[in-house]
Design a protein around this ligand. Structure first.
Ligand SMILES: [Zn+2]
Length: 233
């Protein structure tokens, strides 16, 4: 991937919507979130029935029928759908990734939204198989013209260590910008081959919203800080 310029945050937030997304995820506060942390209740859900959709913001996938659920901050949320941004909207410790997947969930009672952000990196290592994500994306691309059905086990959309994530309160990143969104962005990216991503990139929205000011918010991290050994003399 080409080095990309990190967009600077505008100086003034939208009036009335100070807690905006995306943000630069850096210098988090490492915290044991306990029962306020992310619980993925997806383990045994298996394959979800979905439908590919082509909208103003590129391809998206709507979950039909029974949904998978998560718990976050002691609230339940149901998976409504996925969509994609290229390049990534969140920047993690200075790095912008080629793709970011958003898994959008909603609380059925109060309407509050929780989004899981999954970063996707490219990796040319031929020994690393990247089949599940690539296969799913190709299925989405093929179903798109007719808004046809797609099937996915949401577990394939998660990185290897889903207990390692950044956590903050923000907003939708598309017009509306409703600031009632709880964000989880996983620390580890998924990996696909560069040519796999190139083959599929025309279905993704090619725009990332500018990074937004943090203001008086904190970024939490569910994982322990990296310990750097003292330099040897
Ligand atoms: Zn999004």
């Amino acid at each position: 991937m080409q080095p990309m310029k990190i967009a600077s945050a505008p100086q003034t937030p939208l009036p009335g919507f100070p807690q905006q997304s995306p943000i630069h995820l850096e210098d988090p506060i490492h915290a044991d979130l306990g029962d306020r942390g992310l619980q993925l209740d997806w383990a045994d859900i298996g394959t979800l029935q979905c439908r590919a959709q082509d909208g103003d913001h590129g391809a998206s996938v709507k979950v039909e029928g029974d949904s998978a659920a998560i718990h976050l901050d002691r609230q339940g949320f149901e998976l409504k759908g996925f969509h994609f941004h290229t390049p990534s909207e969140h920047v993690v410790e200075g790095k912008r990734y080629p793709l970011e997947l958003h898994l959008v969930h909603q609380n059925p009672e109060n309407g509050k939204v929780a989004v899981l952000g999954v970063l996707v990196d490219t990796d040319s290592d031929p020994n690393q198989p990247h089949e599940p994500l690539h296969k799913f994306l190709r299925e989405v691309k093929e179903a798109l013209p007719n808004e046809g059905p797609v099937h996915v086990d949401p577990a394939i959309l998660l990185p290897k260590f889903p207990s390692h994530y950044y956590r903050y309160e923000g907003s939708l990143t598309t017009p509306g910008y409703d600031s009632n969104v709880s964000w989880v962005v996983f620390k580890e990216p998924l990996r696909v081959c560069p040519d796999e991503l190139a083959e599929l990139s025309d279905i993704f929205e090619k725009e990332a919203r500018d990074l937004q000011p943090l203001h008086r918010r904190f970024v939490l991290a569910s994982f322990p800080p990296e310990i750097h050994p003292p330099p040897q003399g």
